[in-house]
Design a binder for this molecule. Sequence first.
Ligand code: NAI
Ligand code: MG
Length: 349
Amino acid sequence: MKSYNIAVIPGDGVGVEVTKATLDVLQAAASKFSFELAPTHYEWGCEYYLIHGQMMPDDGLAQLGKSDAIFLGAVGWPECVPDSVSLHGLLLPIRKQFDQFVNIRPHRLLKGTAGPLKKTDFDILCIRENTEGEYSGAGGRVHVGSPHEVAVETSVFTRQGVERILRFGFEQAQKRSGKLASVTKSNAQKFSMVFWDEVTDELAAEYPDVKVERYHVDAAAARMVTHPESFDVIVASNLFGDILSDIGAAIQGGLGFAASANINPTRNMPSMFEPVHGSAPDIAGQGKANPVAAIWSGAMMLEHLGEQQAANAIMQALDKALCDTQCCTPDMGGSATTAELAEAIVKLL
Ligand code: NAI
Ligand code: MG
């Protein structure tokens, strides 16, 4: 029987609750489709920080590196640990160390759910560059606090970085409708984004079956609200992808539905799967968290591991469960708990 080593980091707040729900569902899928998931739990996060003064042990990344994939709940507890510390101490080092340069976020409505738009027919795959661009971290401040203070934050776009994310976008477009929306701001940003457009043109020649449409990010943002059905695969830089994928989350019903994968397509190192939402301190510990985003991320993990049938079965079970209002959590207007929704999905599997 095939077996996969999964590194599981439940993290903080509702991260713990949605991770438990997800593992229950994934294990049910594993036994139905005859493979084994061997999870190793890492209790890293803000509680760990308060005891040890760091978010994970010194050899944390080396430990994770042995896994086939990483599942993460959510990290952060702003009352006790500044977000800049919790983010830079765990999540970002993982993305960086394992060169997870693709961030994928699917945006569509599950059956039985409604978003804020009166539209149901969109199915968008947002692909965000995850390692460089506007979030390269290059920059600095001088003359801090003085009237002539200067802050500089430099975007970094490398040919390797731009080419590999675009290539991933082209390949996804080939697998779907053959349409790729490349989002830039090349009218205003005349170096980096013009460069992005040029690399897009170069690659387009290699993928003649893919139709490339170019959008400026402001127009794309508006279009995701007015005509979301006109998009299929969207590829964008780190900042633009970050913003567009939050619009995507909003139109698909909110953070409880926003799934994501941080992928290293070379498969030399583990990829990480996580719901987009945070630790939700306002509802943590009450069983109110919607586990759908986490379970969907778990299904993406199974797909990445090659267990496509199991992933499909989970998505079908999600669709079915959410048509029953008894299974819906408070954010969907229901009163089911996190565990009850997970249980319903397990039963459907
Ligand atoms: P958040 O995503 O935790 O919560 C925002 C709002 O959405 C809250 O009202 C919350 O109750 C609701 N919400 C979130 N997930 C939900 C779910 N599954 N079901 C139902 N409602 C849900 O964002 P917030 O409050 O800004 O951040 C809280 C902490 O989480 C911070 O420490 C932040 O840094 C961290 N964070 C971590 C992320 C990660 O681990 N990837 C992502 C975003 C925030
Ligand atoms: Mg964001």
